[in-house]
Design a protein around this ligand. Structure first.
Ligand SMILES: [Zn+2]
Length: 136
């Protein structure tokens, strides 16, 4: 499962972090949702900013609790990814890109991270809450 490719540049393993959370096994629906995110949001973003580091993708209930995620987190269903921008320039480009992308459901940023979500089954909300970049 670890080597499954969801799109040309993203592997399923990047969204599961099984080395750290061996029980973090996705359903097929979760894999389908992650695949949608890779194709509609992450690959197009990568074209502009280069390689993207995924900090967190899918989280089962247990992992979500461990990392202090909110109860109804989109990470639970494979509809979100946390990105760790490599520098302020990449951060700004990602914010600019996702802000204007029709598929963006939520874009949230904080100190050294950027949360992006999508929903293949509903009209995207385009909710944007962007803080200043600070490297960690
Ligand atoms: Zn997140």
């Amino acid at each position: 499962m670890n080597n499954v490719r969801l799109s040309s540049h993203f592997k399923l393993s990047e969204f599961l972090k099984l080395e750290k959370y061996p029980e973090n096994i996705p359903t097929m629906q979760v894999v389908a949702n992650l695949t949608y995110g890779c194709h509609q949001l992450l690959e197009p973003a990568r074209l502009i900013v280069g390689p993207i580091i995924i900090n967190s993708g899918f989280r089962n209930e247990e992992v979500n609790r461990k990392v202090g995620g909110v109860k109804n987190s989109q990470h639970l269903i494979g509809q979100a990814a946390d990105i760790r921008p490599k520098d302020p320039a990449q951060f700004s480009k990602l914010v600019e890109f996702f802000r204007n992308l029709e598929y963006t459901d939520q874009l949230l940023t904080g100190t050294g991270w950027l949360h992006i979500s999508w929903n293949p089954f509903a009209q995207p909300r385009h909710y944007v809450r962007v803080g200043y970049y600070k490297s960690i």
